[in-house]
Write a protein that binds this ligand. Structure first.
Ligand SMILES: Cc1cc2nc3c(=O)[nH]c(=O)nc-3n(C[C@H](O)[C@H](O)[C@H](O)COP(=O)(O)OP(=O)(O)OC[C@H]3O[C@@H](n4cnc5c(N)ncnc54)[C@H](O)[C@@H]3O)c2cc1C
Length: 318
């Protein structure tokens, strides 16, 4: 209960334009930005990604910060950064793995604007990936429940058109087990997360234990023999070590080789766990945000763990 209240409060803080503007203009070197982002521009973020790969065999998914945008100029800037970073990743010889939120590419203005902009980013990835080995994709992040159908439809359309895409799904939602069955049939790449949003008990599990149970059920599906035969690519995105180990045990049981599935974690969170997975031969990727619009993203990360209250206080008052 307390955790849900804390998470809701942090989502409110993340969506406050006045606090966001104050924090980002007055505290450019906030602890939150340092902890959770890979740099303020594409070049710095790609340098961070190269270092992670070289030193620790950890891959990255780049994410230009900015969400729930309803300003056409900002949407254009966001789209340009997604395209720019594709070129930078190709030059550095890294996976062309770029995450995006539909609302940062114009969904809140008009869904068709987000579709057109996402298509430009997918085209940039497709162009640059030619002849490059690796796991390349435009990864659709999943936002609140109001955009789920549109996000899945956009992903499916791009996939049918032959673009390299992947989709995020949230274990806190009742619908996700059945949505996942459909994506397995499509041989998609899907990243499973618990869910960073809060919804009612009519559509979601609200107790942590129930969310974890559902995540395990969905992981069993993603790492089943049937999913392997279909060419599906499972991505287990969590910092929960027990769930990571559960996924590994399912993979072993059903004949999946390391590298036929992957783990994903957030840059700045439990790095020792990522290092341990890499050292054990698992493919592990970090979600690596960059850019100047770091407050909403950082505060949502704070919301995922009440123990982060200390970090929030230091960021607000240091
Ligand atoms: C790669 C990736 C992509 C994601 N994309 C989306 C998305 O598109 N849509 C969406 O709704 N959600 C997304 N999320 C967030 C996700 O839904 C969860 O809110 C988040 O991952 C926390 O849940 P958990 O399973 O990692 O761990 P929890 O069960 O919350 O925690 C497991 C352990 O990790 C620690 N931990 C977890 N988070 C933090 C943190 N921020 N700071 C410090 N310690 C922490 C906890 O203290 C605990 O010890 C993404 C997460 C990842 C890793």
């Amino acid at each position: 209960m307390f955790r849900r209240l804390w998470q809701s409060a942090m989502i409110g803080l993340a969506r406050s334009p006045s606090i966001t503007s104050f924090m980002q203009t007055n505290r450019a070197t906030s602890l939150l930005a340092d902890k959770y982002t890979g740099g303020s521009d594409a070049a710095r973020a790609v340098a961070t990604a190269s270092q992670l790969l070289q030193d620790e065999n950890i891959h990255s998914s780049l994410f230009y910060l900015g969400e729930y945008i309803d300003d056409a100029d900002l949407v254009a800037v966001n789209t340009a950064h997604k395209i720019e970073v594709a070129g930078e990743l190709a030059r550095a010889g890294l996976d062309l793995h770029i995450s995006f939120d539909p609302t940062q590419l114009g969904y809140s203005i008009k869904p068709e604007i987000a579709r057109k902009n996402a298509l430009k980013a997918a085209e940039a990835i497709k162009k640059h990936m030619a002849g490059n080995d690796g796991v390349h994709c435009l990864m659709f992040d999943m936002e609140d429940a109001s955009v789920i159908d549109a996000t899945i439809n956009m992903h499916n359309e791009f996939q049918d058109l032959g673009y390299p895409v992947a989709l995020t799904m949230q274990a806190y939602l009742h619908r996700t087990y059945s949505d996942m069955e459909k994506q397995i049939e499509r041989a998609s790449k899907v990243r499973l997360v618990k869910g960073a949003f809060v919804a009612g008990s009519d559509i979601s599990f609200t107790r942590r234990a129930d969310i974890k149970d559902n995540m395990r059920k969905i992981i069993s599906l993603m790492l089943s023999d049937k999913a392997r035969q279909s060419g599906f690519y499972p991505i287990i995105a969590t910092h929960d070590e027990a769930i990571q180990q559960f996924a590994i045990s399912q993979a072993r049981k059903n004949g999946w080789q390391q590298g036929e599935y992957e783990f994903e974690m957030l840059f700045g969170v439990r790095k020792n766990l990522a290092q341990k997975l890499a050292a054990n031969g698992e493919r592990i990727r970090l979600y690596l945000p960059f850019g100047k619009d770091w407050w909403p993203y950082g505060v949502r990360r704070i919301g995922e763990n009440p123990a982060n209250a200390v970090l929030l206080t230091r960021s607000l008052f240091s």
